[in-house]
Design a protein around this ligand. Structure first.
Ligand code: MN
Ligand code: MN
Length: 427
């Protein structure tokens, strides 16, 4: 007979085969859990204690059908740590589950408030352009922050004063296009590119942008004629429907395009940023963090970002952000995140490359690298400036009596914790 079935039968029969010390441990565990805010019926308290001791309690056994493929990648969702409780709402989605819109010349898919309903501040789009292909010239109501994941592109944005910024971006480079300013993205040789776009509006949709083609196609032809001096026949030659993503010849050199712009080339405002060329804001034995916000990337007025690297076993320390929710994009590796919100609600889930994570505004959270390679992920905020509050730093600042009163621990133990913000802690 399987062990878990034996345990169920034991419990049904009220059998006391469990050693006394285990019962005692269970009682102590149950009491601790009850004081930690868990509603503890005796059976639930016993199951929580079993979980705490690293065993699968009868209440978590799963006798019915299971999606083994999903469960393999989500052990923490299937068998949550005993500290999980209640439901703080969705904290995970993956671009690999988002429908792909394929066009000649590339594809796009998005993780917005429609896919991840908790994320009201930020939406993300993942896009591929083959060499030469354009994302049609467009503009939108949200600001656009972007990172090149692989390959190269030429990007341009025109300011309201008529000056245009144009640059080439490659892996690890960022761009930022403020709301309302028209812009372009074109894949370059050898094989185009793939990038991530982040918008400061959870309801943003990449299928709902203002397009050059549609502005022209849906204005009466005689007005287009007056506006452009083009003939009535020319109107009929314009694209009648959106181009969106489409193939085009590769452009000439960046220098040629800049020369064409001449005095209308914008050189003061820099709309691109070389993130991976930037030295880390902080390096620790467990990893590093690069912070990019309006302080070092001035055009990035409404979106702040951090790229975090965690070595195997390392954690992004327990912290929260005082001013914003956090939207994550996982670039590399695998790990798990725990989010703790109000009312003792806590959830732990596993994350892999191409996944999106979400942390409600000001909720405590931590991320652990559970894999064998470095984890690299982005923390994105609808904010001008990056800010976080470190739990360790806060405890370190608590006067002794205040700290002892709250943590119920000897002072020596309390002060053995890191005494300052570490951002990343090694295992
Ligand atoms: Mn755009
Ligand atoms: Mn965070």
């Amino acid at each position: 007979m399987r062990v878990k079935e034996e345990r169920i039968l034991e419990r049904l029969a009220g059998s006391a085969e469990t050693p006394a010390n285990l019962s005692r441990r269970m009682f102590v565990g149950a009491a601790a859990l009850a004081s930690a805010g868990f509603a503890a019926s005796p059976a639930l308290a016993q199951d929580r204690a079993e979980q705490k001791a690293g065993r699968t309690p009868p209440s978590l056994s799963d006798l019915g059908p299971e999606n083994k493929t999903l469960l393999k990648g989500n052990p923490n969702s299937n068998q949550p740590p005993f500290t999980d409780h209640g439901n703080p709402g969705p904290i995970w989605f993956s671009f690999d589950l988002a429908p792909k819109r394929m066009q000649g010349g590339g594809w796009t898919h998005q993780v917005t408030q429609r896919e991840l309903p908790t994320s009201k501040d930020i939406a993300g789009v993942n896009m591929r352009l083959t060499a030469g292909s354009f994302r049609e010239l467009h503009w939108h109501t949200a600001d656009e922050w972007a990172i090149m994941l692989t390959g190269k592109a030429r990007v341009s944005v025109m300011q309201a004063d008529g000056k245009m910024f144009i640059d080439d971006v490659s892996q690890g480079d960022l761009w930022y296009f403020p709301a309302g300013l028209p812009h372009s993205i074109q894949g370059l040789e050898d094989d185009g590119c793939e990038f991530l776009l982040v918008f400061n509006d959870g309801a943003f949709s990449e299928d709902d942008t203002f397009l050059l083609s549609e502005f022209l196609a849906h204005t009466p032809p005689e007005i287009v004629q007056k506006n452009t001096n083009w003939s009535r026949e020319t109107f009929d030659q314009l694209p009648a429907t959106e181009l969106y993503i489409f193939e085009a010849p590769l452009p000439g050199s960046l220098e040629q395009d800049r020369k064409f712009l001449g005095k209308f080339l914008e050189t003061e405002n820099k709309y691109t940023f070389h993130l991976t060329a930037m030295s880390p804001t902080l390096t620790t034995p467990g990893g590093e963090i690069r912070i990019v916000d309006s302080e070092n990337f001035p055009v990035s007025k409404n979106i702040a970002a951090a790229m975090v690297t965690l070595k195997p076993g390392a954690i992004r320390e327990m912290h929260w952000h005082p001013d914003a929710s956090e939207w994550q994009y996982w670039i590399q590796g695998s790990g798990r995140m725990t989010v703790v919100t109000t009312g003792a609600k806590a959830r732990t889930m596993d994350f892999n490359a191409n996944d999106v994570g979400f942390v409600p505004a000001v909720a405590g959270h931590t991320i652990e690298n559970t894999g064998t390679e470095d984890v690299i992920f982005l923390e994105m905020f609808k904010a001008a400036k990056y800010q976080d509050v470190s739990l360790n730093q806060w405890i370190a600042r608590m006067p002794n009596s205040m700290a002892i009163a709250h943590l119920k621990l000897p002072l020596k133990t309390i002060r053995s914790a890191p005494q300052d913000k570490a951002v990343v802690l090694k295992s």
